[in-house]
Write a protein of this length. Structure first.
Length: 220
């Protein structure tokens, strides 16, 4: 019963659903909370208590409808039930697990090839390197499956954000003086660890001047 759900959790769930469904009236979000309580009473899952189960299902629903406006509209218009949304969540999770299995499995395969090559007495021979390459690219079906999975993952927003972050860091390091800051930082660290004191003012001044000269040369 809804009375068994603490008011603090009810407020959290209402806020969660309102964020995912900004056009939903207040009573709609309240009905969703009550439906979750009813679903728990009907299913009676044994692996977790009611409050944990309700909170987890609410988060799954939020994730799906926030991502898919069509499903959100269907839920609002009552064309789609919360059960359908949870089934869609299961489908997405299964798909993500499959993508992970394909990509991670292929990476494990490649690492094994590299280890086998490194451990072999003939690891440095041209023949052995050729055989390793054949093992890595010899199965067209595996490569196609890996390429499809990687392409699918690459379209996700968090992946694109990660790539953009890496590009920004690399650009800052190689093109905007980041390497110079890192160089001085490493010199200071080495001075403390090996000599037990900071850089002398004269050496620090000379180091900064040399780095500034290199930056000026790069800029030119």
């Amino acid at each position: 019963m809804l009375s068994e759900v603490p008011l603090s959790l009810q407020a959290h769930l209402l806020k969660l659903f309102a964020k995912a469904l900004p056009d939903a009236p207040d009573h709609f979000c309240q009905d969703m909370v009550e439906q979750l309580v009813g679903m728990h009473a009907q299913l009676q899952p044994r692996d977790e208590n009611m409050l944990a189960w309700i909170s987890r299902q609410a988060q799954r629903i939020f994730t799906v409808v926030e991502r898919d406006t069509e499903l959100a509209d269907g839920l609002l218009s009552s064309r789609i039930s919360m059960t359908h949304i949870l089934q869609e969540s299961d489908r997405i999770a299964a798909g993500s697990a499959k993508l992970y299995e394909v990509i991670n499995g292929h990476h494990i395969h490649l690492r094994k090839i590299i280890r086998d090559s490194a451990d072999s007495e003939a690891g440095q021979s041209e023949l052995h390197r050729t055989e390793g390459w054949k093992r890595a690219v010899g199965d067209d079906e595996v490569l196609r499956e890996y390429a499809a999975a990687a392409s699918h993952i690459g379209k996700r927003a968090w992946v694109r954000q990660g790539i953009d972050w890496c590009a920004d860091v690399a650009s800052n390091f190689f093109c905007c003086g980041g390497w110079a800051k890192q160089t001085r930082k490493e010199v200071v660290s080495q001075c403390w660890s090996k000599l037990g004191h900071a850089l002398s003012p004269a050496y620090d001044h000379a180091l900064r001047a040399a780095l500034a000269k290199e930056l000026t040369f790069e800029a030119g």
